[in-house]
Write a protein that binds this ligand. Sequence first.
Ligand code: DAH
Length: 340
Amino acid sequence: MKEQLNSILEDAKKQLESAQTQSETDEIRVRFLGKKGRLTEILRGMGKLSPEERKATGQMANSVRDEIETMLAERFEAVKAAAKEAQFRKERIDVTEPGKVEELGVAHPLTITMEEISRVFRNMGYSIVEGPEVETVFNNFDALNAGPDHPARDMTDTFYITEDVLLRTQTSPVQVRTLLKEKPPIKVISPGRVFRCDTPDATHSPMFHQVEGLLVDEGVTMADLKGTLDSFAKQLFGTSTKTKFRPHHFPFTEPSAEMDVSCFKCGGKGCRVCKGSGWIEILGCGMVHPSVLKVGGLDTEKYTGFAFGLGVERVAMLKYGVDDIRLFYENDMRFIEQFK
Ligand code: DAH
C-alpha cells in the first residue's frame, strides 16, 4: 500500500508538470482525488487492514492527499497566470503604430456645382424645394402653358410612362407644385434630374440636371429678375462677369429671355470656350406667364413673378473645362477625384 501511495504521488506530480490549462489541471484532480479517483480508491480499501496498519497508511494517505492538493493549487495558479499573460500579449495595443487613415469619398462635380448654385440663392433668401422625377403631363406641360400642340410634347422628346404620366423633361413643374401649395411671397429654387429622349453624345444625355427658380410677390418686375440673375452670375463666375439678356420664347414666361455671361475664360475677347463670341449662354428666364399664376389661383393684377432654369451639366462643363457630358456619368474615379 505504501508503494501504491508513493507511485500515486509520483504520477500526480508528473502529470501536473505537463498540465498546460486550467481544465487539464482539473481533470488531474478528478483522476486522483475525485469520487472514483486513485487515492479515494485506496482510502476505501483501508477497511480490510489491521488497526495499526490502518493508522499508518491513513496518515500517509492523508499527507499524500495534502501534497497533491498543494501541487494542484500551485499548478492551477500557474496556468491561470500564464493564460492571462497570453491574453494580455494578444490584446496588446502598440500606441506607436502609425494610424490608419479612413479615406473619405469625394463629392461628384455635379453635386459640387449644384451646391454652389444653391448656396448663392440660399444666401439671397431662397428656400430649396424638391419635386418628383415622375410627373403628370399636366404639371410638366399643360399647367406650364404648353398646350397639346406644343413641339416639346412630341413623343421623340419625352419619356412617357402612360398617357398622363411622364419622366419630367424640365424642373419647371416644381413651379406648378409650389404655386398650388404656397401663397406669395414665394422664393424658391429646385435642383433635380430631368429626362429627355436624346441619343447620348458629347453634349447630350437622356438624363441631366437643372436648377429651377421661382419668385412671386407683389410688384415684381423684369428689373428684379435682371438684378437677381446678374448678382448670381457674379457670385458664381467672378465679380467682373457681365450679363446680357436676349429675347427668347418659353411657353410659361412672357416676356422670356436667355441670359449670357461674359466669357470667364477670356474675359470677352473671344476664345475656344465661348466659341469666339466673348459670351456664353447660361440660362433661360422670364416673367411668369399670367396663365401659370392662375393655376395657383393668384390675382394676376396684384401678383407678378419671375422664373429661371439652368442646366447644371452645362455650368459644370464650362467652369471645369469638361468637353464631354458623358464623363459625368461614367463614374471613373480618375475623373471624379479631380474636383475635390
Ligand atoms: N424649363 C426650361 C428648359 O428646360 C428652362 C427654363 C426657361 C426655365 C425659362 C424657366 C424659365 O423657369 O423661366 O429649357
